[in-house]
Design a protein around this ligand. Structure first.
Ligand SMILES: [Zn+2]
Length: 230
């Protein structure tokens, strides 16, 4: 087994030291995808070494920490000083219902949508409603940016409504996203316009938006993998 060399600072010292660790994290806790991380500096407090990692995926780039414990009796064949015990943060909400294709264009949508689901499960309806509304904005903007990366600044600057009206070409995505946005606005504004609609309707419309985006991603993927349908 290959060991990995890391540099770290010890509490109270300004000089970097080096240590061998058994492994780096293989999964980013934010996008929940396998990643090949590069370590940044570590910090040693007593026998716990914390190493900073950055997710290498451009769509994510989140920082997380690998927590290592000191090995008391070194194995001469595998001379590591520290072993990985966990990564932080530990993202506990389940994102498994969201397709990896959606996660790859908008990991932040997956995170916020899952957080809103947690809040809903705890009957925190106001928080859940605002969370769903926010997740929709990330889904739509990241979807549009994934289609046209040069337009990133322009899309980031626009309101959600402007993005839906001006930039979405697919009529199915547009139709569901527009309705989700109308209901979503109720969650962030002082007075409700759609009193008969609930958070369940909002969630369903966001899910429908997500599925239409997914269908488009799958269509694009297979039209490029199998250009001739015969
Ligand atoms: Zn990531």
């Amino acid at each position: 087994m290959m060991t990995k060399k890391v540099s770290y600072l010890e509490e109270g010292s300004n000089t970097f030291k080096y240590a061998e660790v058994n492994a780096f994290s293989k999964v980013c806790p934010y996008c929940d995808l396998g990643v090949d991380v590069v370590s940044r500096e570590g910090y040693l407090i007593e026998d716990t070494l914390q190493i900073l990692f950055i997710c290498p995926r451009n769509e994510c780039r989140q920082a997380f920490i690998g927590v290592y414990k000191k090995i008391l009796v070194k194995d001469p064949i595998k001379p590591v000083d520290y072993v990985l015990v966990r990564t932080e943060p530990q993202i506990k909400y389940i994102k498994k219902d969201i397709d990896t294709r959606i996660m790859s264009i908008s990991p932040v949508f997956a995170t916020i949508f899952s957080e809103a689901g947690e809040a809903e499960a705890l009957n925190l309806e106001n928080i859940a409603g605002m969370g769903y509304r926010k997740s929709l904005e990330f889904l739509i903007k990241d979807y549009l940016i994934s289609k046209n990366i040069e337009d990133r600044e322009n899309i980031e600057r626009k309101s959600l409504g402007q993005c839906i009206n001006q930039d979405i070409d697919n009529p199915n995505i547009k139709s569901m996203a527009a309705r989700a946005a109308w209901l979503g606005n109720d969650e962030t504004h002082y007075s409700r316009k759609h009193a008969s609609m609930s958070i369940i309707d909002l969630k369903l419309l966001i899910e429908a938006t997500q599925y239409w985006i997914l269908m488009e991603l799958i269509k694009d993927e297979y039209q490029s993998k199998l250009p001739n349908a015969r």
